[in-house]
Design a binder for this molecule. Sequence first.
Ligand code: NAD
Ligand code: DAU
Length: 337
Amino acid sequence: MKLLVTGGAGFIGSNFILYWVKNQPNDQVVNLDLLTYAGNLESLSSVKGNPNYTFVKGDICDVKLVNQVMEDIDTVVHFAAESHVDRSIMDPAPFIKTNIDGTYVLLQAALKNNVKRFHHVSTDEVFGALNLESKEKFHEKTPYDPRSPYAASKAASDHLVRAFHTTYNLPITISNCSNNFGPYQFPEKLIALAITNLIEGKKVPVYGDGLHVRDWLYVDDHCEAIDLILQKGKVGETYLCGGLTEDIPNIEVAKKIIRIMGKDESMIEFVKDRPGHDRRYAIDWGKIHRELGWTPKHDFDEALKKTIAWYKANESWWKHVKSGEYKSYYEQQYSHR
Ligand code: NAD
Ligand code: DAU
């Protein structure tokens, strides 16, 4: 099989390529990535030189290039996106371009080149926010209610993907996943930011009252879910994926990291809240469990320890990342708080 992975130099995309090359060594994998601030080929150094792996630097909005790359591709796994909510609040433009226009370009090319499966990697943020007091969880039939420019751009891309199935019969599947964490995550996201800040002796910034809740999924579990959807998922269907956490507020996530790293709670700093901050996410992953037999395997605390160990052992990876563009982003995002 020949697989096109978009955004394969990002956090989840690189974990997915490493997973795929290990588990399906005879497949050919093409990685199309623009190498924005979030793309890092160092994450893929172990597959560089593998004859079944090819990297193409380019933009998913580039019609000509995308059509060239899509020739003789069997399956597309589409990760490429602008992915950070706070950046989408600062400037929505690249989110609209990559997440909406880019997905449209890929869909057109997939149709033209008769790909056998187009898997779109999406997010639970398209469903909006749940109340802290409720026991409700997102499920496949939850109405869309995106509340940040990032979430709105991902919702638009989901609608386009479904429209290409309904209208043109493009064989698609979609996964909407909760917050991933693990190795190679860009240190702008809460867990990677907290760990790397603590290693550097800096505080962990917690937005607002710290009681916002996310559902946390270890990235390997997400890769397994996508693998199962590609193998056994029903064309046209959507599957929600989530982790084993039950309503852990951000402040507790910060405290857990601090405890594991042997620091004290004075390293937490409450900072100004994110505008439009979604209060709570929770995922009912019953459908993918019942229909495809998927269950997340990683206990949150154990996976957190593993992730902390990875960041401690791979300082050069994130120290490169925390230079340059990151510094001006960090300044803009946190200094006025
Ligand atoms: P990331 O920001 O770490 O990586 C995104 C990658 O896409 C980077 O390598 C970047 O260079 C590339 N890219 C950006 N614009 C591009 C363009 N125009 N053309 C080609 N490549 C481009 O993102 P991530 O956290 O790995 O997320 C991957 C996907 O999973 C996204 O679609 C995101 O919406 C979705 N998702 C992420 C999470 C999460 O917790 N991180 C959860 C659910 C869904
Ligand atoms: O739910 C899936 C989504 O998870 C993905 O679609 C996004 O691509 C991914 O970025 C992530 O979005 P979040 O906004 O939930 O992740 P983030 O790590 O930015 O924030 C997690 C929570 O922590 C959220 O409630 C905001 C809070 N937070 C975040 C940062 C960066 C803080 O309190 N302090 C921080 O410095």
